[in-house]
Design a protein around this ligand. Structure first.
Ligand code: FDA
Length: 305
């Protein structure tokens, strides 16, 4: 545990290294990443989603990628999101789409990114499907919410994520009443000016924003592997007669699979976030930063190869 903080900083640093992210695309799924990434292409990802559906789990697919700074790459990523929606529809799997807007040109220009998003969300609408915009680091937070606001003028099948470690989260939840939100603790390294640093404070804020969004009658996805939070949510929804159809639990592919099954058996919607693709490095390093135990998990995967 003494090692936790330096390790967290080390893995966080790696996750944000553009050079490492670019290099890792050429390596294939290494250092145990295949335990938590569902293959390199859409076919393997859909096959994995199909297996998860058979276990009673619904899914969201994420074609991994971030830090795109050329229009060409952003357009390619946009096409890939559309192709993913096409494949979900043609295969008939129970699955929606998650994406990161820095992969779709957010760092190039907001207008360009919005144009790409309109194409993706429009395609999802035609298929009666839903798009979840992942929340990235703080420097992209306001831009993400601005684009979401624009999109929601024309589409109801799009939502985003609010991170409980951000001091602005409570206010954002109020402003986003009626929007489907995924609520998380937050995965990036942020400064104390904008984010709570203390774990107990983050947990407290997390439960508070979950309660606020549920009580406002809005659809709420509780995305956490924390059994204590999950238990508190279950007690809270029962006490407040909140219907199971107003919320879902979400966990990442490969994490706490027993708990995922337990929630399915109890009759809750359990959505698995299934990442796939070549651009696995940043995602994988953030998971390593979250829990030192994930390092052992990855090494076990590596040794069993
Ligand atoms: P946390 O890591 O705080 O752990 C709390 C406790 O839960 C631990 O002490 C342990 O007891 C137990 N626990 C946790 N993991 C365990 C495991 N694997 N096995 C056994 N016990 C375990 N972040 C972000 O910034 N933007 C985003 O868009 C998203 N999207 C997203 C989608 C989904 C589906 C999930 C699950 C998470 C995200 N996140 C995210 C990541 C999120 O912000 C957060 O970093 C991680 O989920 C880690 O926090 P937890 O709430 O899972 O528990």
């Amino acid at each position: 545990m003494i090692l936790h903080q330096p390790m967290k900083i080390f893995f966080m640093f790696l996750s944000q290294s553009k050079a490492m992210n670019v290099a890792a695309k050429k390596w294939g799924l290494k250092i145990g990443a295949s335990q938590v990434v569902a293959g390199k292409n859409i076919e393997s990802a859909i096959a994995r989603v199909n297996e998860l559906n058979k276990q009673g789990l619904t899914c969201t697919l994420d074609h991994l990628g971030e830090f795109v700074d050329s229009k060409e790459e952003a357009l390619e990523a946009t096409e890939y999101c559309i192709k993913t929606l096409d494949s979900i529809a043609s295969s008939g799997v129970d699955c929606n789409l998650s994406l990161k807007m820095t992969q779709l040109g957010l760092d190039i220009s907001e207008e360009f990114c919005l144009e790409n998003m309109r194409r993706i969300v429009g395609t999802a609408k035609q298929y009666n499907n839903f798009v979840r915009i992942d929340m990235e680091d703080y420097s992209h937070c306001q831009q993400t919410l601005d684009i979401l606001k624009e999109l929601r003028k024309d589409y109801d099948n799009v939502g985003t994520v609010i991170q409980a470690y951000l001091k602005r989260a409570k206010e954002d939840i109020k402003n986003l009443k009626g929007t489907s939100l995924r609520l998380v603790k937050g995965a990036y390294k942020e400064s104390h000016e904008v984010a709570f640093q203390d774990k107990s404070k983050i947990d407290e804020n997390y439960f508070n924003i979950i309660k606020a969004h549920l009580l406002s009658g809005s659809y709420t996805a509780i995305a956490s592997h924390d059994h204590q939070i999950i238990e508190k949510v279950i007690t809270f929804v029962k006490e407040n007669q909140i219907e199971n159809s107003q919320f879902e639990f979400q966990m990442l592919y490969g994490f706490r699979t027993d708990l995922q099954q337990e929630l399915v058996k109890k009759g809750y919607t359990m959505r698995v976030y299934v990442p796939f693709g070549q651009d696995w490095f940043g995602y994988f390093m953030r998971r390593m930063a979250e829990r030192p135990q994930n390092v052992a998990f990855a090494l076990r995967g590596l040794l069993s190869k």
